[in-house]
Design a protein around this ligand. Sequence first.
Ligand code: AMP
Ligand code: TRP
Length: 333
Amino acid sequence: MKKIIFSGVQPTGNLHLGNYLGAIKNFVKLNNDDNNNCIFCVVDLHAITTKQIPKELKENTLETIATFIACGIDPKKSILFNQSQVPAHSETAWILSCVARMGWLNRMTQFKEKAGKDKEKASIGLYSYPVLMAADILLYDASHVPVGDDQKQHLELCRDIAQKFNKDFNVEEFFKVPEPLIQKEFSRIMSLKDGQKKMSKSELSDLSRINLTDTKDQIVNKIKKAKTDTLPMPSSIDELRKRPEVNNLIGIYSSLSEESLEKIINTFSGKNFSEFKDFLSQLLVDCLDPISNEIKKLKDDKEYLNQILSDGSKKANEIASKKIKKIHEIVGF
Ligand code: AMP
Ligand code: TRP
C-alpha cells in the first residue's frame, strides 16, 4: 500500500525560503520516494480569504506550479492542480463546517494573527479557512501531510473534524485521520529583520525574506543587511538558542547544507559575523540560483503550465468526486 501525501500552498506570490525549507524541500523528497502517491495543490480558494487582484491571482497560480517543478517535483509522478478546479473541495468544506465547532475554530492562532485587531472586518472565509484545509486533506484519504510548523494547529483541527464526522455518522474510519509531517528542526524560518517573527509573504519589507526568485545580488544584499547582534559567532548550542536572529541564520545554513548545528558552530565559533554571512550568501546563491532561473524559464511557458494544471485537475477530480458521492450518501442527501 502506497502512502497518500497531500499538501497545499497558497498562490499569494513571493514564495520564499521559509516555504522552501519548511515545506517544498520536503515535498520533493516525498515525490522522489516510490512508496508515495503525492498530491500537491495550489490553494486558490484559500488565497481569496484575503483580498487578491484577479489577474495577479491567475499569474501567481502559474508561478506556484512553476516553483514546484523548478524545485524538483515531477508532474508526471505527483498530481499538481489548483483547488478551485475541483468543486468537491468547497462542497466538502461546507459539510465539514457543520461538523466543526465554533469553540474549536475560536482557538486558531493563525486567524487571530491574520485578522489583527479588527476581527469584525475579517472575512468569514478567513475564519473558516482551516475547515477548507481539512476538506482538502480528507477528500483524498491522505495519510501524511507535509507542512511547516505554523500549520500544526490546523492539522490537529483536521484530525478532530475527521474523528467527529466518523463518530457522528457512525462510519468508523470513513475519513482517514492524517498524520502531520513536520521537520524536527527549522520547521519555522524566521524573518531576517526580526528573529521572533516568521518569514512571511505578507511582511511589508522585502528585506525580511529571501524570495525564490531573488537575484544573486538581492540575496547577498539581504544577508548583509540581516539583523544580528554585536557579539561574535556563538560557541555552543545553548548560546545559540538565546540569540534568535543568529539561531535563524545558522538554522538556514544547517538546513540548506544538511550539516549539523554543532559542526557549523565549531567551524565559525568566535569569528566575525561578516565571515559567516559570506558563506551563507554563497550557499543560498548556489542552492537558489538554479531554482530561480528555472522558475523564470517555466513562467514563460504558460501553455505547458496550464496543461499540467488541467491534467492534474482531471486526476484530482476523479478521486474527489468518488469521495463526495459517498459523503452525500452518509449525510443523507
Ligand atoms: P503558505 O504560503 O502560507 O501557503 O505556506 C505554504 C507552506 O509553507 C506551508 O506548509 C507552511 O507551513 C510553510 N511555511 C510558510 N512560511 C514558513 C516559514 N516561515 N517557515 C517554515 N515554513 C513555512
Ligand atoms: N493552510 C496552508 C498554509 O497556509 C495551505 C493549505 C491549504 C494546506 N490546504 C492544505 C496545507 C492542505 C496542507 C494540506 O500554508
